[in-house]
Ligand binder design. Structure first.
Ligand code: IMP
Ligand code: MG
Length: 183
């Protein structure tokens, strides 16, 4: 799989060191409050497992399954929710967890949906491992960001291309010739 990368951006040790820092910041910000972490599937599974084990506090975990790419490498701008029920977030401190903030469509749509539930959450914050520095289709502010990257297509550590590469321990830029030209 590594041979399919143009270059590695973050190796496993670098990611884990950054997770230590993020976990310390989150634990300190939520001291004395109980979190509901909502992990957005499938991209955040590896991050979820590694980050949550670094949080030494009581929390509840829920997952949301959404799709926006439908197989390609560019968002369609339309988000499909794959489950019938939304997590129970009444009065909770919600932390949305996703792999990457790209166009902003996913997190803006989910945040809107979570905030429209009655009775609503006490607070909603966003944690992403990666944030692409670019103009977004929807404005979203992430409260916790692992790393900022340029506008390149990356895979590994949960991030996929057509559902592959999620199990790569590092994060890297996928070789351009492996990305099927969008039609
Ligand atoms: P959005 O464009 O901010 O809505 O991001 C939607 C989803 O697209 C993210 O949760 C990722 O799963 C996926 N995504 C965005 N950029 C990349 C990338 O560079 N590599 C792999 N997946 C990506
Ligand atoms: Mg994806």
């Amino acid at each position: 799989m590594e041979a399919d990368l143009e270059r590695i951006l973050f190796d496993e040790a670098t990611i884990h060191r950054r997770l230590d820092e993020l976990a310390a910041q989150i634990s300190s910000d939520y001291r004395g409050r109980e979190l509901t972490v909502i992990a957005i599937l499938n991209g955040s599974v590896i991050l979820m497992a590694d980050l949550l084990r670094r949080l030494p506090m009581p929390l509840k975990l829920d997952c949301l399954s959404v799709a926006s790419y439908h197989g390609g490498s560019k968002t369609t701008g339309e988000l499909v929710f794959r489950q019938l029920w939304m997590p129970d977030i009444a009065g909770r401190h919600v932390l949305l967890l996703d792999d990457i903030l790209d166009s902003g469509v996913t997190l803006a749509t989910i945040r809107e949906k979570i905030e429209s539930i009655e009775p609503g959450p006490q607070s909603v914050r966003i944690c992403v491992l990666l944030e692409k520095t670019k103009t977004r289709l929807r404005h979203v502010d992430a409260d916790y960001v692992g790393f900022q990257i340029g506008d390149e297509f990356v895979v590994g550590y949960g991030l996929d291309y057509m559902e592959r590469y999620r199990n790569l321990p590092c994060i890297g830029v996928l070789k351009k010739d492996l990305i099927v030209a969008a039609v």
